[in-house]
Every structure is written in C-alpha cells, then in structure tokens.
Design a protein around this ligand. Structure first.
Ligand code: PLP
Length: 395
C-alpha cells in the first residue's frame, strides 16, 4: 500500500491563528454591536502603490496585443525584474549579479521549497520565538529541528555559543514576532559560525523595509555571507503584495557545498518545478523598485510606523516593557506580571475588544509576551492604544 509522508504526523496543530479566530468569532456572535480593534494581523491594510498598479495595468494591455504579448517567461525571473532587485541591493552597497536573484511568489513558498537543495540529514536550527513556517516546513521535509531560544536577557537576539550545532540555520531580522534586529557585529558572528562549520543560513528579510538607521537590511551586507547564506524576501510587507504574491530569493554564485553550486542547483530546480511567475506581477515588481515606486511604498510604511509610535507611546505611559516597533511593524510587549499570553488575549478581547496575538503561539519561550501589529487602520489603532493604556493602568 502507498505510504503517505509520515512526517506530517510530527506536526503540531497550528492552533495560533485558528484559536484566535474561534475566540473572536464566539465573541462577535455574543456581542454583535461592539466594534473590534484588530492588532493581531500580520497582513497589510494599505492598497498597492500607484506605480505598481499602473505598471500592472500596462502589462495587462501588453497581453492583449499580439506584438506585445508574452507567453511563458523565464522561470528564474524576467531579466528586468532580476536587474531591478539587484539595483535595490546596490543602493545599499551590495553588489549582486542579477543571475543571483530568483523571482518567487513570496517568502512562504520559498522557505519550504528551498529545502530541496539540502540532504535530508541536514538538521535545522530555529531561533525562537519564530514565524511558525520554519519549523513546520522542516518537519514536513523530515528534518530534525532544534531550537535556540531568545528572551529579554539577549534582547531576543540569540547568538551562536560554543555548543551551537546547525546545518541549516533560520534567521529572521527584523524578527516576526519580536521586531528585534541584528546589528552588523551580531550578524558577523552568525556568518563566521556558518562558514566555520559549512552550515547555510536561510535569512528571512521579509521586514527589511522597516529598518531605520545603520542596521543591516541584508545578510549580504556582512563580509563572508556570500559563501554561507541564502536570502529570502518578498514584496508582501515591503510593498503590500500579500494578496498579489511576488518575492525574490538571493543565492550567491559563490555558495557551494561538497563541490556543488547551490545557485546552479536552484536554476535546475526552478526550471523543473516552476514555469515562472506571472509577467504582469513582475512588471508590478519592477515598478516598485523605481525611484517613484520606492518613494510611494515608503509612504505606506510611514503610515504603519505612525501606528507603531502610537502603540509604543501608550505602552510607555503604562510603564510596560516592549521590544520592536521601531524597525519592524510588530511590537512585542511583556504581559503584565505573571499573566499568561492566552489569558492576556482573553482579557483584551473581553474587556476592551482588542485582538492581539499571544506570544506562546510563536514557541514556548514566547509565553508571557504578546504581539501587537501596526498594520491596521490609523483611527482604530489610536482608539485601541487609548483603551490598552487605560486597561494597563487600571489597578
Ligand atoms: N517570513 C516572515 C517572517 C513572515 O512574517 C511572513 C508573513 O507574515 C512571511 C515570511 C511570508 O511572507 P509571504 O507573504 O511573502 O509569503
């Protein structure tokens, strides 16, 4: 009899967002007239920028005429898109050959697909609290997963120690859910660790566009990363493409293991397993990386950052400790003394109609913490911040 992939038996139920939606639904049924304030979502709320919309309209027009029509486009990305992404990196001093950039339909897809490049015996190390896909994709692929936990003592930025073991290493900076960002010196420690052991870093840069000041947006700003890292990024949070779906993955040509070139292997993988990403979407992506597109997406990011500042001001006034918010759309707050994260969730929902995300859902070390998102509507965020401050100050 055919045997299914039994690794799926090792997956834990993904209770986090399911659990939240069940509780919210029950509350809404019981209190249909009360407004709810959503600070739990990891999805954007601002529409796509005009530059991307116009470019996609034009691309649809292209598809309507024989002389401009495109059938299949190159699997690894249309050259103009690969060049546009390379140009975006060049502005930060990272020189990429456009052939080191691969188009994707978003970071989630790539986080799982990229595991095809590595032998089943390669174990994964995940820093936690973490975006749940790293663990689940590794388990589905039959890999052993171990954890490096983060907490207030290391400001949620764990570093390699003398006992750290990893073949594949997931790093996410700015981090979801904590909003913590590694400095250059800290990332250098991870790059040196990976190079010294022949490990490969899978660097998730999904929130790089939220970074302010002199912090690295890309692992490739760190010397030595070209021989030990793959960067996975997307336009989801950079440019609001969560429902439109477009991303990119950077695999340096210098990245080799056991005499095999990972960039060449990924070309082979994509040309076998995909037929490319929509011409229309890639045209939208190219427009995002023009000067005007970048100006427009930064306006949207500033909208979310204003929300984050409103929430942080409320927490400051309430004397609550938190991380993130400045270089990330997420604020990772400590629950009031001794309160568990799901209990805090219930309290916020039932008493002030705010929906947040319990930290425990991002790994056991997230217990006692709570994630607030700045991706919501500005007016709702202001009302929610006032309510939150009042509740936290209540004796
Ligand atoms: N990586 C992190 C850390 C995320 O938080 C998310 C989405 O929330 C993703 C990847 C997935 O992004 P995409 O929409 O590109 O699949």
């Amino acid at each position: 009899m055919l045997k299914p992939n039994v690794n799926y038996r090792n997956l834990k139920d993904s209770y986090l967002f399911f659990g939240i939606s069940k509780k919210v639904e029950a509350y809404r049924k019981a209190h249909p007239d009360l407004p709810l304030y959503r600070l739990g979502i990891g999805d954007v709320s601002r529409p796509l920028c005009d530059a991307a919309i116009q470019a996609m309209h034009d691309a649809v027009e292209d598809q309507s005429r024989a002389e401009t029509f495109h059938g299949y486009v190159p699997e690894c990305g249309i050259p103009e898109y690969r060049k546009a992404v390379a140009g975006y990196y060049a502005c930060r001093g990272v020189q990429l050959d456009p052939e080191e950039v691969f188009v994707s339909s978003g970071a989630s897809d790539e986080l799982g697909d990229i595991l095809d490049l590595f032998d089943k015996s390669a174990d994964a190390l995940v820093t936690q609290p973490a975006y749940p896909a790293y663990v689940d994709a590794s388990i589905m692929a039959g890999r052993k997963v171990s954890f490096l936990t983060a907490g207030p003592d290391n400001d949620f930025l764990p570093l390699p120690g003398k006992d750290t073991q990893a073949d594949l290493l997931y790093l996410c900076s700015p981090n979801n859910p904590t909003g913590a960002v590694y400095s250059r010196e800290q990332l250098q420690q991870w790059v040196d660790f990976a190079n010294s052991r022949g490990a490969v870093i899978l660097f998730d840069a999904a929130y790089e566009a939220f970074i302010e000041g002199d912090l690295p947006h890309s692992i490739f700003e760190i010397p030595g990363a070209e021989t030990c890292a793959i960067e996975i990024c997307s336009l989801s949070k950079t440019a609001g493409f969560t429902g439109t779906r477009l991303g990119y993955t950077v695999i340096p040509k210098a990245l080799e293991r056991d005499g095999m070139n990972l960039n060449a292997m990924w070309v082979r993988n994509r040309t076998t397993k995909t037929n490319g990403i929509s011409y229309i979407l890639q045209k939208g992506g190219i427009a995002v990386f023009t000067d005007e597109g970048l100006r427009q997406i930064r306006e949207n990011i500033q909208y979310y950052k204003r929300n984050a500042r409103v929430l942080m001001a409320a927490l400051d006034k309430a004397g609550i400790r938190y991380w993130g918010g400045k270089n990330a759309p997420y604020i990772w707050m400590a629950c009031p003394e001794g309160v568990k994260s799901w209990d805090f969730f219930d309290r916020l929902l039932n008493e002030i109609q705010i929906i947040g995300t319990p930290g425990e859902g991002f790994g056991a070390c997230g217990e006692g913490f709570f994630r607030l998102s700045s991706f919501g509507d500005a007016k709702d965020t202001e009302i929610a911040a006032e309510r939150l401050q009042e509740l936290l100050l209540r004796k």
